[in-house]
Design a binder for this molecule. Sequence first.
Ligand code: GLC
Length: 527
Amino acid sequence: MSEHAWWQRAVVYQIYPRSFADSNGDGVGDLRGIIQRLDYLVDLGVDALWISPIYPSPMADFGYDVANYTDIHPLFGDMDDLRELVQRAHARGLKVILDFVPNHTSSEHPWFLEAKRSRTSDARSFYLWHDPKSDGGPPNNWLSVFGGSAWTWDEASGQYYYHAFLAEQPDLNWREPAVRRAMYDVLRFWLELGIDGFRVDVLWHLIKDAEWRDNPPNPDYRPGQAPYSSLLPAYSTDQPEVLDIVREMRGVLDEYGDRVLIGEVYLPVSRLVSYYGDKGDGAHLPFNFQLVVLPWRGPLISAAITEYEAALPPGAWPNWVLGNHDQPRIASRVGPKQARVAAVLLLTLRGTPTLYYGDELGLCDVAIPSERFQDPQGKNIGISRDPARTPMQWSAEPNAGFTTGVPWLPLSDDYERLNVEAESRDADSMLALYRRLIALRRKEPALVVGGYRPLVADADVVAYVREHAGRRWLVALNLSSAERRLSLDASDARGEIIVATNRERESEHVGGDIRLGADDGLVVRLE
Ligand code: GLC
């Protein structure tokens, strides 16, 4: 496996820092909290942690509105805490990936304060300013992801500025060379400090149409969807020039060697793969969100894997994601039993898996009444991301051992049952399943670097073989709650179940015609 880079062999674990572990009782997680829990991540078996933004920020979008790219928000700690975190993580063989938010700054960032001062300010060109239409309205019809027009009127300077998200998150002008230079220096700052890579926020948004044309209506828009989806973002996102920026960012990482560039890109597979770069000089891992956005149905999942594998350019390394801080939790989307099947899928597909903190415990979305919404998306358009951002559940102690204070979001009622301590004692728990799966990956190169071959199966069954250096593994997943069967052809005929969602089946010998109980996921070592 040694010819593979660490990020190809790694399991990535996303930490939403506000909600992971609170060391000082203020109800919000922090860097010292993460430091105290590093051994948990080692026991779990993951290789890298990605931490959502920890920079100084007014927190209009909980850190995705950065007011200073090269410092730490006091809520989370300080630079010494971060250095210690990196050093202790590295001492345990864990990599540390930071979130990089280049598309927009906070409206409190010194650049924006300066840009706003006047039309002739030095920093004016750092942002996207536009005169009103002749009727005084916004320059075009573009919408904010968080609702309403993407343009906000600045009375003092008499122009609109563009923001794909909140008005408190003005978009940077990535056609301005000075912006590029400054932002690449931000990357260098963290790389010098030993950061192992970045997850780049909304990478496909960075460049907008030079002519600011109106976006066309979305013919598939249905009432009830986010208003943003009523238009197709044809001119406001995924412009060809963005790929030059991706290549430049990659170039900066390459100055340091052995670092990883991950991109947040919500696009159809055919467009997504262009973010690898046409010479393998783009993002190492443009996030593949198919398992997040597709309905949980066998034929759709099987087809999506096949489509993705076929679309990958030569040399491109795949990756898979089941959840993140913007999406409903997997256990709520597919139910607790299928969430176990999903864990097997995530950790046996070809490519780097990213798992979202708490999913390894089987946490569900926590219902939060609208008057307690924190998330601006929830407040503005009613689609709150808070339910998937609730505190990590460490133990059956008050507040699940997350904080001694008042947690910033409520905990789930099930925390006395679903927590790290209780699940560590229970061999049938979700946590135990995740540990077995990750441990098996670490032992078995075929599951990490092996080839992928889909098998023909019943519509509700997703089945494939992973193979490397003469070792073959069969993965058979029943995406339904009724019994199914999988018939193997002769060459794949016999083997032993090594990991299963239903632990009773582990060590069972199977062959020929395999029975899949309701919600069964099997990982079989073939003879
Ligand atoms: C990304 C983040 C999300 C944030 C948005 C704006 O999608 O994951 O949390 O609100 O960008 O920065």
